[in-house]
Write a new protein. Structure first.
Lengths: 157, 157
């Protein structure tokens, strides 16, 4: 079970955009150069963040990507699910109701105990990522990083 | 991010084997028929459970698969990891140290804050699945299921 490689990219991209000054934006090309990433594929992932309401995108000379809301209101879960979706990890196909051992439907009104526990575990993962915001990550960056990020992304393209 | 479809199969297979009487075993063909699953592919997954030390396999007329240790000592995590591996979901390729914005190595002695939080979330998922055993699942089965499982799997092949 693997998250796509681009999960790291979008988490860092959102963190970088959270370090920009008010009104500032950065293009996909700038963010790609910032981290040495493939620009076209990064742009596609950033569009997924726009669709998820995490980023907004504006065209024009001062355009680019910026956070769609304050960094303190964007959780790691929202960024991760923007590129990986919200589907459960574990799919229960109700095999308990199949085959020679099929449990009769009247005994299957409650969720399968295995599916229920798998769901509890996934909820724990989601809850953990819901408890941390992009603002928390920015606050944990080493000294000097936010200043350098602002300076690098403010350079003319 | 998806667990393989066979995760459901092996969780149910381990649960079924936990319902057998002492010394009893079941073949891959029996378990496949029990749940209407493809026998060859199920057999491959059961071998993975043997390699992980969850099941043991014996050949001969009374052979087949059985639990390698008491059901109360087999966690859901062990069964899931037997087929899906133990690799982390999130891979940190240290993109913070790449590109124009590269953070200098002396500021990267601690794990990236994003990687650290992703690891916390994965630990919560694992801990949740480590806290539940196959014996807990058997105890939660509807009335009559264990008796029927024993009876069905005891039938001659």
């Amino acid at each position: 079970m693997k998250l796509p490689e681009s999960t790291e990219w979008v988490l860092h991209a959102a963190t970088s955009l959270a370090q920009l000054g008010p009104g500032a934006a950065a293009s996909a090309a700038q963010l790609a150069e910032h981290y040495d990433l493939p620009p076209a594929y990064l742009a596609k992932q950033l569009q997924a963040l726009v669709r998820a309401g995490v980023l907004s995108a504006a065209t024009g000379p001062r355009g680019g990507f910026r956070l769609a809301r304050p960094a303190a209101e964007i959780t790691l879960l929202q960024v991760v699910e923007a590129v990986d979706g919200e589907a459960p990890f574990y799919t229960c196909k109700e095999i308990r109701q199949r085959g020679r051992a099929a449990t009769p439907p009247e005994q299957c009104r409650e969720a399968c105990g295995l599916a229920a526990q798998m769901a509890v575990a996934e909820a724990a993962w989601r809850q953990s990522l819901r408890a941390v915001t992009i603002a928390d990550i920015v606050a944990s960056l080493p000294d000097g990083v936010p200043g350098r990020t602002r300076e690098l992304l403010a350079r003319p393209r």
